[in-house]
Design a protein around this ligand. Structure first.
Ligand SMILES: C[S@@+](CC[C@H](N)C(=O)[O-])C[C@H]1O[C@@H](n2cnc3c(N)ncnc32)[C@H](O)[C@@H]1O
Length: 533
């Protein structure tokens, strides 16, 4: 049954209460429960109306799974106000409803057929990246909500912050999202989804109340656009940063996934000296604790790749080949499903050794609080449960690490990271990439050369978001230069930025940023304001 998870009665009643809080349904009003399962919300609406001795509004339950139909038909046989549609809610629908309430299916993209994925991508703005069906249900429900109508959904909280849900946030922010209520983790028993009730009105945007799991509340104005709402909901002021961690790093990524650590990761002490030349010290997340000062090197990873990440032919693996060909080892490797289209002794993911084997900063993928460790030697190969951050300038490693350990970085991470179970933080590379760096940290990390800071930004983003440059920077005018021509030289003092765009003052820079996609900026220089004309 695709995404069938019945909603407990207590939660249904809370949601129906929220649905009719502003106005009770009139008999000619319409109520929709999309993906109605066995009718938990229909029952909830009937209960609510019965308690108040109200005539039922016209209720429609849409369910695609035929197995629920006998239950539904038997239940609502005597209710003329209830209509059950055996249909796919995600196909083209024209009807609108005054009230929509439900628990959409949580179905990951991996459970969809190629045909379904293509169809949804063509019809839904929210079907982007690794989408989930509940995002599409939200979009379809918004299309089906009559002007002035109310919607109450229970879904995973992830839509508030994951990148995949950016298009949904963009849509939702066009309505009045009255309340976001983070409800108990165990609402659906074992199934931990961090459930969230969303209360929305089809009217122009207004302020939103967030009710947290600890009962505390905050009222905010949600921003337009796709950005994560998490920082705002966590009470952070919006931050504007010219430079983010990703600008100063060659790579921020999670460690190597072999797909068979029991084969490739061996105790250093018991390693056959003949295969030592293929072994590198490795570390897993569980070996990193706040008390860890010296990175332990008890384990070695056997790596059948060269430093460019090319898988070595078996014939060049010597003693490692003999080990991999051992019957038990070979069988274990062949049993992996993750490398079906690769040579049988390949890793699950090709290791980016050129970047990994550099001085780098390490952190656990999931932890109670963010902690960072430095691998100065650059020899350690992080396992999949460890993230690694490789600064472009090896000399910047201490400046960056000090900042990562600081209170402000800590607060930002707490406000921006997804939650794993027990409230632990999930440090994903996408989030780490966006960590804003204060100017002094960015400049120190760039070796005290501000023009490098900006060229990092350009190189990685193709265009600087001009709006995000700090107000304090003395930017007056942008001088006319072609991408290949620039003023001054390496020793020019800074104060003004010259870009490869013609004749724009700073007010026009937002326009300039769109031009950046058409030109390639090779160098960026910072000039004193007095040199502008
Ligand atoms: C999470 S369950 C919720 C069931 C019920 N509303 C409740 O809260 O107890 C989601 C339901 O949506 C149904 N469903 C999944 N995809 C659907 C689709 N495309 N159209 C209609 N129903 C769908 C599933 O069969 C399932 O019964």
């Amino acid at each position: 049954m695709k995404g069938f998870v019945p909603t407990p009665r207590e939660t249904v009643d809370t949601m129906v209460e929220l649905l009719f809080r502003d106005r009770s349904p009139a008999p000619n009003n319409t109520v929709l429960d999309p993906g109605c399962g066995t009718g938990e919300f229909i029952d909830g609406v009937i209960r609510w109306c019965k308690r108040r001795r109200l005539v039922l509004p016209r209720i429609t339950g849409v369910e695609s799974d035929a197995r629920h139909l006998p239950v539904l038909h038997a239940k609502y046989k005597g209710h003329r106000a209830v209509h059950i549609e055996h249909a796919d809610f995600l196909t083209d629908r024209r009807t609108t409803y005054n009230f929509i309430v439900g628990n959409p299916p949580y179905v990951a993209i991996t459970a969809l057929s190629e045909g379904e994925k293509a169809r949804y991508r063509a019809c839904y703005a929210t079907a982007r990246g690794r989408f989930d069906l509940y995002l599409l249900f939200f979009e379809q429900a918004l299309r089906s909500l009559a002007p002035g109508g109310q919607l109450v959904f229970i879904t995973p909280e992830k839509y508030l912050y994951v990148e995949t849900a950016g298009p949904l946030r963009d849509l939702l922010a066009r309505y009045h999202l009255e309340q976001i209520r983070l409800v108990r983790e165990d609402t659906f028993g074992e199934l931990v989804t961090y459930p969230t009730i969303t209360v929305l009105h089809n009217r122009p945007p207004g302020r939103t109340q967030l009710m947290r799991r600890d009962g505390s509340t905050v009222t905010v104005q949600l921003p337009a656009g796709r950005d994560s709402w998490l920082p705002l909901l966590e009470g952070a002021a919006p931050q504007r940063a010219a430079v983010v961690l990703g600008d100063l790093c060659l790579r921020i990524s999670c460690g190597v996934a072999t797909g068979a650590d029991s084969v490739f990761v061996r105790l250093a002490d018991s390693l056959d000296p003949a295969i030592r030349c293929f072994a590198r010290p490795t570390i897993a997340g569980r070996q990193l604790t706040p008390a860890t000062t010296d990175l332990p090197q008890r384990f070695m990873m056997l790596i059948p790749y060269d430093v460019h990440g090319r898988l070595l032919p078996l014939g060049r693996l010597g003693a490692l080949r003999r080990y991999l060909m051992r019957d038990d080892v070979r069988q274990r490797l062949l049993a992996r499903t993750c490398v079906k289209r690769k040579p049988w002794y390949a890793f699950h993911e090709t290791p980016a050794l050129r970047e990994i084997l550099r001085p780098k900063i390490l952190c656990k993928d999931i932890g109670e609080t963010p902690h960072f460790w430095v691998d100065r030697s650059g020899e350690i190969v992080p396992r999949h449960s460890v993230y690694y951050i490789v600064p472009r300038e090896p000399g910047a490693i201490d400046v960056i690490t000090r900042y990562l350990q600081s209170l402000s970085a800590h607060q930002w991470l707490v406000q921006n990271c997804q939650r794993a179970s027990k409230g632990f933080l999930r440090l994903q590379s996408r989030v780490l990439q966006r960590l804003p760096l204060p100017d002094d940290v960015a400049q120190a990390a760039a070796g005290g050369r501000p023009e490098r800071v900006f060229s990092f930004a350009v190189r990685t983003k193709k265009a600087i978001n001009i709006e995000s440059l700090p107000d304090s920077r003395p930017i007056d005018r942008c001088r006319c230069v072609s991408p290949a021509v620039y003023f001054g030289g390496d020793k020019a003092p800074w104060g003004m930025i010259c870009l490869g765009v013609c004749g724009l003052d700073h007010r026009s820079w937002a326009t300039a940023s769109t031009l950046f996609s058409y030109i390639s900026i090779t160098r960026l220089y910072v000039f004193p304001a007095t040199r502008s004309s």
